[in-house]
Ligand binder design. Structure first.
Ligand SMILES: [Zn+2]
Length: 176
């Protein structure tokens, strides 16, 4: 197969602007399943294709779901192809974010809209639209940023960024 390899901070591909998916080929389907497995095996909730070295507009995620007894679980995996954020709330909230390309660090504070509406195509080629909120909106904003070469570290205030600079350099050296 294509020999997909995971990409860490410092790899220039993470700064590329990903290209639209023209056709959902067998290879694209295999890639999506590879990404879902990779995220599951590495405690990830979301992953963009560029993070495994394929700069196309595709990401996978699972939703956080609260059960009636108050415990958390996650949904079945979802694949977003050529996603487009068509609406976001004016109301925002601030939190920290992890990213599989930045092992071991949480980055924040990052302000994001609380809700969004996103259009995309699924792996069978069917268009869909979703309203997502809170942590599930945050994950989609984060993954959508990856498709534009934007990383969560770009969205923290300069002072917070300074505090993690040594960690960032360490990741660069360790993984590249
Ligand atoms: Zn990420």
């Amino acid at each position: 197969m294509a020999g997909w390899t995971f990409r860490y901070y410092g790899d220039p591909i993470l700064r590329e602007h990903s290209k639209p998916v023209e056709e959902i080929t067998e290879e694209i389907k295999e890639l999506a399943h590879f990404m879902i497995d990779y995220a599951d095996n590495n405690n990830g909730i979301g992953l963009s294709a560029v993070q495994v070295g394929v700069p196309i507009r595709l990401f996978v995620l699972r939703d956080y779901v609260v059960l009636p007894d108050g415990k958390w679980t996650v949904s079945a995996p979802k694949v977003f192809i050529n996603p487009k954020i068509v609406w976001k709330s004016k109301e925002t909230e601030t939190d920290h974010e992890g990213c599989m390309s930045f092992p071991g660090i949480q980055v924040g504070p990052i302000e994001r809209p609380v809700k969004l509406r996103i259009e995309a195509t699924d792996l069978d080629g069917n268009p869909f639209v979703e309203e997502r909120e809170e942590i599930n909106a945050r994950v989609s904003f984060h993954e959508n940023d990856h498709l534009n070469g934007v990383l969560h570290i770009d969205r923290v205030p300069p002072r917070a960024r300074k505090k993690i600079e040594a960690d960032l350099q360490a990741i660069k050296q360790k993984y590249n």
